[in-house]
Design a protein around this ligand. Structure first.
Ligand SMILES: C[S@@+](CC[C@H](N)C(=O)[O-])C[C@H]1O[C@@H](n2cnc3c(N)ncnc32)[C@H](O)[C@@H]1O
Length: 199
């Protein structure tokens, strides 16, 4: 039994994601996390990167749950998570130098994914970095059978959700003035996409 919100997937992927983030993040960075979920990612990243500031967030109905883990971790560089719904026209956020979000685009509706990129285009500082982790389709094809099964499960549960096409997401990012700099294949058929907002 886990007393705090828990996801086995987060336990499995948090270290490999951290190793990628470490290549880009630097001391003093102000990171905004969207769709923080259980808080396992932000606690792991903030604990291992103590010289940057990590602001996690989630939709209003999930913030209290997310904060259970943050309150337990008591990290100086990880303040209480704030409420951000990507569909809200104004995000309750300063201007971050980096934004991170994991496993969110296949949960949100397509309209929400559009708002996700519009909002990021507005708040991310110039020269800032966006990291998006999760499964994607390429040229209409899944990267694995298990992702195809997962997509079916998602759509059975909520027809507006589903694994997104990389090309569509990439186009939304371009419209938000972001430049794709890396598409990293990660374990368990996930990707870590990295964009920069040009100077
Ligand atoms: C599968 S969970 C991923 C959580 C965590 N990032 C992880 O990797 O385990 C999807 C998350 O998306 C969040 N979410 C859904 N709709 C959202 C929206 N409109 N704005 C912001 N977050 C949203 C949910 O509250 C949830 O925390």
């Amino acid at each position: 039994m886990h007393e705090l919100p828990f996801s086995q997937a987060c336990e499995n992927n948090k270290q490999v994601i951290l190793e990628m983030l470490e290549r880009y993040l630097k001391d003093g960075d102000q990171v905004l996390e969207l769709a923080g979920g259980t808080g396992q990612h932000c606690v792991h990243f903030a604990a291992n990167l103590p010289n940057l500031h990590w602001q996690s967030s989630d939709i209003p109905s999930n913030v209290d749950n997310l904060n259970l883990r943050l309150a337990h971790a008591k990290l100086a560089n990880l303040p209480e998570a704030i409420a951000i719904d990507v569909n809200h026209p104004f995000w309750n956020s300063d201007r971050p130098t980096a934004i991170f979000s994991a496993n969110s685009l296949h949960i949100m509706s397509a309209d929400s994914v559009e708002n996700f990129f519009k909002g990021i285009g507005a708040v991310l500082q110039v020269d800032g970095t966006l990291f998006v982790y999760g499964p994607f389709k390429y040229a209409g094809s899944y990267t694995s059978e298990s992702n195809e099964d997962f997509d079916r499960l998602l759509k059975d549960r909520d027809p507006t959700s589903g694994i997104r096409d990389f090309e569509w997401v990439s186009d939304l990012a371009t419209k938000a003035n972001l430049t794709l700099i890396e598409d990293n294949a990660m374990p368990a058929n996930n990707q870590l996409l990295v964009w920069k907002k040009p100077k």
